[in-house]
Write a protein of this length. Sequence first.
Length: 45
Amino acid sequence: MSGWWAAIGVGALLAVVAVREVLRWRGGRWFGGMRSGSRPDDEES
């Protein structure tokens, strides 16, 4: 059963990374407006 928990953990980590990457290039226009502007990446880099 421990193998299932390991697979779930890895899947969760991959899901979090995937969501963060998508939000970086696709959700920037949605969430960026709430934080600082339409191009938050320019200010963070």
